[in-house]
Ligand binder design. Structure first.
Ligand code: PEP
Ligand code: MG
Length: 591
């Protein structure tokens, strides 16, 4: 009997966030309890590299402690506990600590892991010695933090996504947007994570790159081993570790069916997104990185409805320059020309962090100094981006969109910076589109309620349902424990969206949806019924939604939307809409 045959079959279910079926071998990125390699007598060049790795690891360590702090606060722990974490965050910021470790690496010519382990061991022991039962009980958490720091350190050099050689299924505790941005389709067949939710940015990236993914699996990193065979169904969230041959055969057939369905959809590529009674809907693409343009064009995108520009800031230690902004936006604009490109200004914070910036240590980052709030506080960063966007507008149709606007003041201030940037460019005789439109995302409930007022000063609206749900239903979009509350059909959500479109139309202002809901046929059906004539989504969804639009009349969709608004619970709406949808729209793969 081979070792493989003895392996236990494990069936797990997580949150399917990016569809597709994959059968492949596991590439495990991190798992607690890493072995620490110990190298001494390194040559000076290697020692320098170790110093750099160490410095990066210190930054990662701080991230870990910040998370512990947030957990303590969420659990309602007293000030003294939080104070201790703060003290340790201070230690990790301390130049002495950095210098001592650097000295250790240089003097003893140790590798960073060994030196770091020595330093962190001290911190860990300090926690253990504390005369506090809470910390004693949580010492395993501290061990876990130490392990995570080492994993992060090891990951950079030894087990990073960039190092994958054979096409594999990546399994990790968590992946940051920066990690997913490094994924190459073909190399990463699928990915699976312990934590995460449907609209976390990692999930969004997976869909954009068309990489099947299941998140929120709890402890898959503990239950799986590198080299195991695994089946991933990104639609249902099913994951089967060490499947039998007969189960593999079943999934191979499902995979064929799924891929055949994808090819049949291609027939919709050049057909207009038009209802049977002639209502034309413009289908736009959401994008994060330039590589996605090809897939979006290939799926018939009629422009970019949401360019998440923050991805330009990831995976680097400095901030992008004006010239870099210009080059990136000019490239996309030229590729999409004559179709419009809506560039959303930097939306960092929440579950997206920058390595080049000192982001404040916040108790609740989703409600903290995020997106436009951060940009208004850092005009240097904001103006650099605005100048880049404006200059790129000389090469095609660009629109600017501000994220997280919660009231008129913020919009005015953002527009004032844009005016300043325009004035500077005029003086410098640098061309830009004088008629460039500036719109806002409607993703904070307060904005949704004053759309009529905002309409006086914004050129267009785009509803960001991911955050609108997060803020109106009070669910952390990256927390798998509350993922069950992520209910797009919640009557409150439907009412807010209806309110927004009605108010915007009354004012004669363009309104679209660019959150993940727009790309789901059952939700798109309701949007068409409410009268939205623009929807923006990932490449995979474009043809599915177009197929849906071409199979209904706007009056039928209108009736369905009207009825959907009458139910009391999300479950009732869902049942009603999926039953009605089944009358005219089928996705052969799921049937
Ligand atoms: C949204 O919130 O719906 C949105 C589109 O923006 P992001 O997902 O980038 O926060
Ligand atoms: Mg958002």
């Amino acid at each position: 009997m081979t070792a493989d045959m003895k392996k236990e079959v494990v069936l797990m279910r997580g949150i399917g966030v990016s569809s597709g079926i994959v059968i492949g071998k596991v590439y495990l990125i991190d798992k607690g309890g890493v072995d620490v390699p110990q190298f001494c007598h390194l040559d000076p060049e290697s020692a320098d590299r170790e110093v750099k790795r160490f410095n990066d690891a210190v930054m990662e360590s701080r991230g870990q402690l910040r998370k512990v702090k947030r957990t303590l606060i969420k659990e309602g722990r007293g000030k003294e506990h939080i104070g201790i974490i703060d003290a340790h965050l201070m230690i990790l910021k301390d130049q002495m600590l950095i210098n001592d470790t650097v000295k250790l690496i240089k003097k003893e010519r140790l590798n960073a892991e060994w030196a770091l382990k020595t330093v962190l061991k001290g911190i860990s022991e300090l926690f253990d010695r504390m005369d506090d039962s809470y910390f004693k009980e949580r010492s395993s958490d501290i061990e876990h933090i130490v392990d995570r720091i080492l994993v992060n350190l090891a990951g950079e050099e030894h087990a990073g996504i960039a190092d994958i050689e054979e096409p594999s299924v990546v399994v990790a505790h968590d992946l940051s947007p920066a990690d997913t941005a490094q994924m190459v389709k073909g190399k990463v067949l699928a990915f699976l994570t312990d934590i995460g939710g449907k609209t976390s940015h990692t999930a969004i990236m997976a869909r954009s790159l068309e990489i099947p993914a299941v998140v929120g699996l709890g402890n898959i990193t503990r239950r799986i081993e590198a080299g195991d065979t695994v089946i991933v169904d990104g639609m249902t969230g099913a994951v089967i570790i060490n499947p039998s041959e007969s189960v593999i055969d079943v999934y191979k057939k499902r995979k064929e069916k799924y891929e055949a369905y994808g090819s049949t959809l291609h027939h919709y590529r050049d057909l207009p997104a038009e209802t049977t009674d002639g209502m034309r809907v413009r289908l736009l693409g959401n994008m994060e990185i330039a590589e996605e343009i090809a897939a979006l064009s290939d799926h018939g995108a009629e422009g970019i409805g949401l360019y998440r520009s923050e991805f330009l800031y990831l995976n680097r230690k400095d901030l992008p320059t004006e010239e870099e902004h210009l080059a990136a936006y000019r490239y996309v604009t030229k590729k999409m020309s004559p179709n419009p490109v809506t560039i959303r200004t930097l939306d960092i914070g929440g579950d997206k962090f920058l390595s080049a910036m000192e982001v404040a240590d916040e108790i609740n980052p989703a409600m903290g100094l995020r997106a436009i709030r951060l940009c208004l506080k850092r005009p240097d960063i904001f103006k650099t981006q605005l100048r880049g966007i404006l200059r790129a507008s000389a090469y095609g149709k660009i629109k600017v969109m501000f994220p997280m606007i919660s009231g008129v003041d913020e919009l005015r201030r953002a527009k004032a910076f844009m005016e300043e940037a325009k004035e500077e460019l005029r003086k410098e005789k640098k061309p830009f589109d004088e008629a460039i439109e500036a719109g806002i995302m409607i993703e904070v409930p307060s904005a949704a309620f004053i759309v009529d007022i905002l309409a006086e000063e914004a050129d267009f609206f785009s509803i960001g349902t991911n955050d609108l749900l997060q803020y109106s239903l009070a669910i952390d979009r990256v927390n798998e424990h509350v993922a069950y509350l992520y209910e797009p059909f919640h009557p409150a959500v439907l009412r807010i969206i209806k309110r927004v479109i009605d108010a915007a139309r009354k004012k004669g202002i363009d309104v679209s949806v660019c959150g993940e809901m727009a790309g789901e046929p059952e939700h798109a059906l309701i949007f068409v019924g409410m009268g939205f004539s623009q929807l923006s989504m990932n490449a995979f969804s474009l043809l599915r939604v177009k197929k849906l639009i071409r199979s209904i009349s706007s009056s039928e969709a209108g009736d369905i939307a009207k009825t959907a608004l009458k139910f009391s619970t999300a479950r009732e709406v869902e049942h009603y809409v999926s039953t009605r949808l089944a009358d005219f729209y089928k996705e052969e793969y799921w049937s």
